[in-house]
Write a protein that binds this ligand. Structure first.
Ligand SMILES: [Fe+2]
Ligand SMILES: [Fe+2]
Length: 236
């Protein structure tokens, strides 16, 4: 009988990566606020919480991706994946500004966003990615990137459309730039990653990428409020 690890590092490891990513989407949908944002009924505080927490990890995306790419180059491994990481770092540049702009249109200043408490999920997500980027297996960063872009291609555009259609949040039509832009871009980004990851046969890298996708699946859904609207508001 094959062990789980042998199965995962076989030729269809990309199918396992997709399975992890679908698991992430299901886990997000199962959160109370994840269900509400999909229905478009999420309230203002819940949406602000989501955007603020997203800001606190998205602001680190460019350095995390770039450092992973440059370190991979220094290690002399997988130049095509190093180039992909550096490219993705550039793609993510400025996405934190979209979040600040959406939040400003919801009445939250940059100073309030900066002062807001980060959730344990955000600390875990950024901590894990900084670790793999600077000190672990650097290709692992592609696992969290893939899972989140898969979520984004599946949900970001739909969330933006439904939030606008239900319009439960004042000024919502001016506050979905981050979601709308990712919905439009990330389908292509997932397809590109899949194409570039296709030839990767190194079991250590495959495992690191799958493990990181699993970390994203476990951690990311908890950036929403625990228990939905009944939870404590953010410190401001
Ligand atoms: Fe982004
Ligand atoms: Fe992307």
């Amino acid at each position: 009988m094959q062990t789980q690890t042998e199965q995962q590092t076989g030729t269809d490891w990309l199918a396992v990566l997709d399975e992890e990513s679908r698991g992430l989407v299901a886990a997000v949908d199962a959160q109370p606020d994840g269900r509400r944002i999909l229905e478009g009924t999420l309230d203002r505080d819940g949406y602000i919480h989501y955007l603020v927490q997203t800001y606190h990890y998205a602001r680190w995306s460019t350095p995390i991706l770039a450092e992973a790419g440059h370190r991979l180059n220094r290690l002399g491994r997988h130049p095509e994946l190093a180039a992909l990481l550096i490219q993705k770092g550039e793609e993510e540049r400025g996405h934190d500004r979209w979040l600040l702009s959406d939040l400003k249109n919801l009445g939250w200043s940059e100073a309030q966003v900066e002062a807001a408490e980060r959730s344990p999920a955000v600390d875990a997500y950024t901590g894990w990615n900084f670790f793999t980027s600077r000190s672990g297996v650097p290709t692992a960063v592609l696992g969290t990137a893939y899972a989140l872009e898969y979520l984004s291609q599946t949900r970001a555009g739909v969330w933006a459309e439904r939030l606008k259609a239900v319009a439960a949040i004042p000024n919502i039509h001016k506050s979905v730039t981050f979601l709308r832009s990712h919905g439009a871009l990330d389908g292509d980004h997932v397809a590109e990653m899949k194409r570039i990851l296709g030839p990767l046969t190194d079991p250590e890298d495959q495992e690191a990428i799958l493990f990181s996708a699993r970390v994203a699946r476990a951690v990311y859904p908890r950036i929403f409020r625990e228990g939905g609207a009944s939870s404590h508001p953010l410190a401001r």
